[in-house]
Design a protein around this ligand. Structure first.
Ligand code: BTN
Length: 252
């Protein structure tokens, strides 16, 4: 690949690629071959980019597509925290890279929005190893820098689409990994509480009426909070429902 190599914090190793199917698949293959914590797969384009719930992630050149391989010494049940770590990392990186943008907001569970439109998404894929221990987690991150898809369930945007100069993918990669490193260290040292507190400060629609689309139903209620595991707590009028997977929309 021809792009200038970005510099990453100590402990990270870059695996740059011109075009792959999915950087998450490449990072998982690396993990299964013994790849180390801190390996980062970065591609200029993806031919089979994936989003949550098996959705496609459009991946033309110009945007950021990257996956970080991590091997945290934590129980598998705590892996979801990395989605919030990555969300904060992307929100902070966008603030650094494009300071004229409106403040990025975090939409449960792991989306980043600017001006009410999705600008970045995160796909976590974990594997439990021997003895029920967490083997690895791949944190896949896509950030719309120059373009955004149009035919999507939730409206999307990009840095350029918001009228700000779009950073080069290499610069965005360096900013996201630098910020991920800081939030990840905080999580490893102090647990989920400070990550949760920071995420709540940037949360979209916390305390407001929302719709949550589950696999087989849609629930309506007030976004009461996220709990100490990152699950969404929905007040449906008397009953507090705990939701661990779903898509959040405005109430309508
Ligand atoms: C979502 O919002 O649904 C998650 C989108 C995650 C997209 C990124 S792009 C880099 C990495 N490789 C993939 O195939 N997906 C993630």
């Amino acid at each position: 690949m021809t792009a200038a190599a970005p510099s990453l914090p100590a402990g990270y190793r870059l695996f740059p690629r011109a075009r792959v199917g999915s950087t998450n698949d490449e990072a998982k293959a690396l993990a299964l071959a013994g790849g180390e914590d801190g390996s980062v797969v970065w591609a200029l384009e993806q031919s089979a980019g994936r989003g949550r719930h098996g959705r496609a992630w459009a991946s033309p050149a110009g945007n950021l597509y990257m996956s970080i391989l991590t091997r945290p010494e934590r129980p598998p049940g705590e892996a979801a925290a990395l989605g919030f770590v990555a969300g904060l990392a992307v929100a902070d990186a966008l603030g650094e890279l494009a300071p004229t943008l409106p403040q990025p907001r975090c939409k449960w569970p792991n989306d980043i929005l600017v001006g009410g439109r999705k600008i970045a998404g995160i796909l976590l894929e974990a594997e439990v190893g021997a003895g029920g221990r967490l083997g690895f987690v791949v944190v896949g991150i896509g950030v719309n820098l120059v373009s955004a898809p149009t035919a999507v369930a939730f409206p999307a945007t990009s840095v350029a689409g918001e009228g700000a100069p779009a950073p080069a993918p290499a610069a965005a990669l360096a900013a996201v990994v630098g910020s991920f490193d800081r939030w990840n260290r905080l999580w490893l040292a102090q647990g989920f509480a400070p990550v949760r507190a920071a995420w709540r400060e940037r949360a979209l629609a916390l305390g407001s009426e929302i719709r949550v689309r589950l696999e087989t139903a849609t629930l309506h209620g007030r976004f009461a909070d996220i709990d100490q595991d990152g699950a969404l707590l929905l007040d449906t009028g008397g009953e507090l429902r705990r939701i661990s997977a779903g898509d959040v929309f405005p109430a309508r």
